[in-house]
Design a protein around this ligand. Structure first.
Ligand SMILES: *Cc1c(COP(=O)(O)O)cnc(C)c1O
Length: 226
């Protein structure tokens, strides 16, 4: 199977998940995750029409940024404050803001460069200790603080289901974050806007689509035939 075939198969699965849950495929963006993949492989993804791409390491993103013109990069992995300066003007969306401190530092670095950073708040719904992500109870505090930011906009929420979770537990995590996303959507915040709900990876993107995600971060299922 070629990468183009894999992408088509993932899109078919998304379409079926949409049919099951009464959603429109047009509301869902498949974000191919290119970590560890070569520039040649990524060119195949872009040739198939996907130019928004997810990377989880700053170093790798920077290397690929130089090699692949025309891509819109999403940083999906943990971001250390000392690395913000390398990517703040190179990424279209940072999915992994997990503390007020990180948000403040991104805002400050974006201001220095005269850019506006778009971010998602990464939420740890399952409470699993080893995982990155803020507690759901911390979201409001960050949205309140973000009202004062001049160079950062919160565009939505992101989560990862725990790797050990069964389907029921995964669904519970995703539906909880969806509910939070909807609740926040009804409120009015300066600088925050619930546009993106980033949930689902190769093993659970169909569940995420059924539970309301509109950005699916899919790596292995795109690059390696199953
Ligand atoms: C690697 C990664 C993905 C994609 O994982 P696959 O299992 O390869 O689909 C999604 N989100 C994050 C944050 C990742 O690091």
């Amino acid at each position: 199977m070629s990468i183009a075939d894999n992408l088509a198969r993932v899109q078919e699965n998304i379409a079926r998940a949409c049919a099951r849950s009464g959603r429109s495929v047009d509301d869902i963006t498949l974000l191919p995750v290119t970590k560890t993949r070569s520039v040649e492989e990524i060119r195949e993804v872009m040739a198939a029409g996907y130019t928004a791409l997810g990377e989880n390491r700053v170093q790798e993103l920077m290397e690929k940024y130089d090699a692949l013109a025309g891509a819109q990069w999403h940083l999906i992995g943990h971001l250390q404050t000392n690395k913000i300066k390398y990517i703040v003007d190179k990424v279209s969306l940072i999915h992994s803001v997990d503390s007020l401190h990180l948000a403040e530092q991104i805002n400050a670095e974006a201001a220095k460069r005269g850019v506006s950073a778009n971010v998602l708040l990464e939420v740890n719904i399952s409470g699993e200790e080893s995982k990155y992500g803020m507690q759901a109870g911390d979201i409001d505090r960050i949205l309140d603080a973000a009202e004062e930011f001049s160079n950062l906009k919160v565009k939505g929420l992101m989560t990862m289901a725990p790797i050990w979770a069964n389907e029921y537990e995964i669904r519970t995590v995703f539906s909880k974050l969806y509910q939070i996303y909807i609740d926040i959507s009804t409120k009015k915040y300066n600088n925050s806007n619930m546009e993106y709900l980033s949930m689902g990876m190769s093993n659970d993107y169909e569940i995420a689509a059924e539970e309301g995600a509109n950005v699916l971060r899919v790596g292995r299922a795109v690059f390696a035939a199953e």
